[in-house]
Design a protein around this ligand. Structure first.
Ligand SMILES: Nc1ncnc2c1ncn2[C@@H]1O[C@H](COP(=O)(O)OP(=O)(O)OP(=O)(O)O)[C@@H](O)[C@H]1O
Ligand SMILES: [Mg+2]
Length: 257
């Protein structure tokens, strides 16, 4: 459990640096993610959550500071090594789904396995089973634009899970799901985390969704401002603390002059 799998050290991210539109999205972020952990990331809109998630998953690189994967400095890894790491270890669920609109739901879900040149029979078997598990088994021949937001979200989730990755990085995975489907997804995450030891890093706005995590970090204005853990508490007790931390951060923001 105390193997650090992902780590940021004084990570700073400036978008459009050296222009009039420079935005410092992260200031000095130090976070360690342990193998087998279910870590949540919360914070107001624009606080830097997606940016943080992009840094730890090698989707983007910091302006300053270091990112380590399995103890290795990402900046010292070759593009090939990073590609390998992503491909063998990471399942992404993006805030904007990132499905290919000209490919069917089947092809979209199959993509990581197709890229890995896996056996078509095995691909078919796993795609069908993942799609059924997520309730989109009858949509496999449709194109993403023919599906609802929630259905596309579930296709993106199936795609992220298809390779059985050791780490899942999810940005608002329940953003387009109703409460029943959100709960089902969290139960699935919880099961993958407990049974398979899958490491999960998940951004969410939703306190109830957050109560499924084992630890939560709160980001505000690009800095880490609070961290809480579930510990031995019940989910209800943890949920209450999450609600109170979230609302106190909002209150403080409103009281600012
Ligand atoms: N590609 C980009 N170019 C310029 N600015 C960006 C870019 N991406 C994000 N930003 C800015 O960086 C800051 C942090 O954005 P980020 O997307 O990380 O926030 P977030 O916490 O994920 O918000 P949300 O909850 O709305 O998804 C914001 O001010 C945003 O406008
Ligand atoms: Mg975001």
């Amino acid at each position: 459990m105390d193997h650090v799998i992902l780590k940021t050290k004084n990570v700073k991210k400036v978008y459009n640096a050296d222009t009039l539109h420079a935005v410092t999205a992260l200031h000095d972020v130090n976070v360690e993610v342990h193998k087998g952990e279910f870590l949540g990331v919360m914070g107001p809109s624009g606080s830097g959550k997606s940016t943080f998630i992009n840094m730890i998953s090698t989707m983007d690189y910091p302006t300053d500071g270091l990112v380590f994967i399995n103890g290795k400095n990402v900046l010292n890894m070759s593009a090939n090594e990073i590609g390998h790491f992503r491909y063998e270890n990471l399942g992404f669920i993006f805030q904007e789904f990132n499905l290919l609109d000209t490919h069917t739901i089947f092809e979209n879900i199959a993509l990581p396995m197709t890229l890995a040149k896996e056996d078509p029979k095995e691909i078919e078997k796993r795609v069908v089973s993942a799609a059924e598990q997520l309730g989109i088994g009858d949509l496999l021949n449709k194109l993403p634009p023919e599906c609802s937001g929630g259905q596309r979200q579930r296709a993106a989730i199936a795609r992220a899970l298809i390779n059985r990755p050791g780490i899942i990085v999810a940005d608002e995975p329940t953003g387009n799901l109703d409460s029943e489907n959100s709960e089902e997804l969290m139960e699935l995450f919880e099961e993958m985390n407990r049974k398979n030891g899958t490491t999960i890093v998940m951004v969410t706005h939703d306190s109830y969704v957050a109560s499924f995590t084992s630890r939560l970090i709160f980001i505000k204005d690009g800095t880490l401002y609070k961290e809480i853990s579930r510990g031995d508490r019940t989910q209800d007790e943890y949920f209450s603390e999450i609600v109170s931390v979230s609302s106190s951060s909002r209150r403080r923001k409103r009281e600012e002059p």
